[in-house]
Design a protein around this ligand. Structure first.
Ligand code: HEM
Ligand code: NAG
Length: 532
């Protein structure tokens, strides 16, 4: 007796429908399993292509660093896409319209919780300090608490007005002094440009912020701070930190101690309104003393990490771009006041009468910005018709927008791009300029930074003839840029030689700032007002 083959059995008639049913069930089950595994809902933003399943994006990120999301954005034709990393889902926004919408939903797409986690890891807050910071961190229960009050205090002190003017004047006096010391007397002088700028700007900025007892007046502390900054990635990754992050953690401890001494000695009483306001909020919220010192080290990162490379790149681009230096010198010379052997550069005139300088500077930020505005998805949220899942991160990388040719045309460095006259030639709306972020977390330090950058650049080109020691201006690569920065950093320094500019022998230079009510409206919020 033989078992009849299925085809000839009585149920043979049903074989075809059964097969279809079975495949359908298998397909649904597979889909459900896959959905569970990759956690991707149908309404979520489309996934980005990945060469290797599961770990492809992690590999891509470690290989291409800040360029990775930009590379992906050129392959995905969607205003937002999903990148699933092991343990963390990311949504990457590629269109300015969607960024505008995300910025408006700042309670559900929130920044402060991320900033708090970042601060905790980066500066190593105590448990007690973390608890203080966690209270109403996102402002859901009003404007009180360390997190909300600190933002408000920083913003108030950095907006155009007398407090900012005082800080700017202190900063300019230091810049003036550093450039006086740099000035070659008889001979030419050779040095590493980035290293010089970094040290001088660290000194000028921190003196302006922390006052005459500034902990960074000590070169050892300046160097320790940058050693800490160079090891941020090791500290953040936190893999065997006692081995991999030993040096940056030790360097950090040194700066923390310097701040503790500073606070104990009452240095804060002579500091800028910015530092005093922050400190007062910390005292009022009973933030532990050691955490105050720690958070000061963290706060110093924002003051320095972007301004330093910005000045570096502006100087490089000005010298490397054919004919540009001469034109911008003409602008600066025309607004320099000469009185006998003293020449004075007035900050207000720089902002009113040097349109090409301003445009070339803003274009450097467009071209060199690499930061991303990051938000945590606090609850399932709709954005532009997509579903964002609670716990995921939203990233809005400036470079994705800044390198989009459908917005900008050619994205090569073009110093004239931000001139008023270029607006009519199809330059995209101001919201497409993302170097300072935007919305609620828009960089409050942009006016201070702009003053500092313009002052250094204007004084430098007015006073010195600069030439690259290698004989040719070349742009360093930027692969090693720090993850916490918003502006690319150079992988190598550039050796330069300066000489007193022809015809300027014996000139005394000064720089003047009356009131900073004349600001350079660099982001859309400067024109239409900041968002509430
Ligand atoms: C060229 C120089 C600078 C650039 C490109 C820059 C860029 C940025 C960016 C992209 C953000 C985050 C915005 C977002 O997430 O949407 C930010 C935040 C911030 N920046 Fe700047 N920044 C610069 C200089 C400064 C300076 C000099 C200061 C202080 C005097 C400063 C203080 C801050 C502070 C306090 C925040 C945090 C704001 C918040 O969390 O609400 N920045 N900056
Ligand atoms: C800058 O340095 C010059 C000396 O070259 C000095 O006359 C001037 O007062 C200094 N200060 C400022 C803020 O310009």
């Amino acid at each position: 007796m033989s078992v009849p083959p299925i085809m000839s059995s009585p149920i043979g008639n049903f074989t075809t429908p059964l097969l279809i049913l079975t495949s359908a069930v298998i397909a649904i089950v597979t889909y459900l399993i896959a959905r569970n595994m990759f956690g991707n809902n149908l309404q979520e933003p489309p996934p980005a292509p990945s060469s290797i399943p599961l770990i492809g994006h992690a590999v891509g990120l470690s290989r291409s660093s800040f360029n990775y999301y930009t590379e992906l954005s050129k392959q995905v034709d969607a205003p937002i896409f999903t990148v699933s990393l092991p343990g963390q889902k990311m949504y990457i926004v590629t269109k300015p319209e969607l960024i505008q919408q995300a910025q408006k939903q700042h309670r559900t797409l929130a920044f402060p919780p991320i900033a708090a986690k970042f601060a905790t890891t980066v500066v190593g807050l105590s448990k007690e300090g973390q608890a203080v910071l966690a209270r109403n961190v996102n402002g859901d229960h009003g404007d009180h608490g360390l997190s909300m009050e600190t933002y408000a205090a920083m913003r108030a002190a950095l907006q155009p007005g007398p407090a900012l003017d005082n800080m700017n004047r202190a900063m300019l006096a230091e810049i003036n002094k550093s450039l006086n010391e740099l000035a070659p007397v008889d001979n030419k002088q050779q040095f590493s440009m980035f290293a010089w700028l970094r040290d001088s700007l660290t000194l000028a900025t921190t003196r302006a912020i922390y006052g005459p007892q500034n902990p960074f007046d000590d070169r050892e502390i300046r160097d320790a701070f940058w050693e800490f900054e160079a090891g941020l990635m090791q500290i953040i990754v936190g893999f065997l930190p006692s081995i991999t992050a030993r040096k940056p953690v030790a360097a950090r401890a040194k700066v923390v101690r310097a701040f503790e001494e500073y606070y104990n000695a009452g240095g804060i009483d002579e500091a800028s309104a910015y530092a005093r306001n922050r400190h007062e909020v910390e005292v009022n919220n009973k933030f532990p003393a050691e955490d105050m010192a720690r958070s000061s080290v963290g706060g110093t990162i924002a003051l320095l990490v972007n301004t330093v490379p910005a000045v570096f790149w502006v100087l490089l681009h000005l010298h490397a771009y054919p004919g540009l230096l001469e034109q911008i010198r003409d602008e600066v010379d025309a607004c320099t006041h000469t009185d006998g052997m003293t020449k004075t550069i007035d900050m207000a005139s720089l902002k009113e009468q040097c349109p090409l300088l301003l445009s070339a500077y803003q274009e450097v930020l467009r071209y060199r910005a690499m930061g991303a505005s990051v938000r945590e998805v606090m609850e399932d949220t709709q954005l532009g018709g997509f579903l964002l899942k609670k716990g995921a991160m939203l990233q809005m990388p400036s470079r994705v927008i800044h390198t989009d040719e459908s917005l900008w045309g050619s994205t090569e460095y073009n110093p004239r791009r931000f001139l008023e006259s270029e607006k009519k030639k199809g330059r995209p709306r101001d919201v497409c300029f993302r170097a300072f972020g935007g919305g609620k977390t828009l960089c409050p330090g942009r006016h201070f930074a702009t003053n500092e950058i313009l002052a250094v650049v204007a004084l430098w080109i007015a006073r010195f003839d600069t030439r690259p020691v290698s004989g040719e201006w070349t742009m360093p690569t930027t692969a090693k840029t720090n993850v916490a920065a918003a502006v690319m950093g150079p992988d190598e320094d550039v050796q330069v030689e300066i000489a007193t500019r022809k015809g300027m022998d014996g000139v005394q230079w000064a720089v003047k700032l009356e009131a900073s009510d004349k600001t350079f409206a660099i982001v859309t919020e400067d024109v239409v007002g900041e968002q509430e």
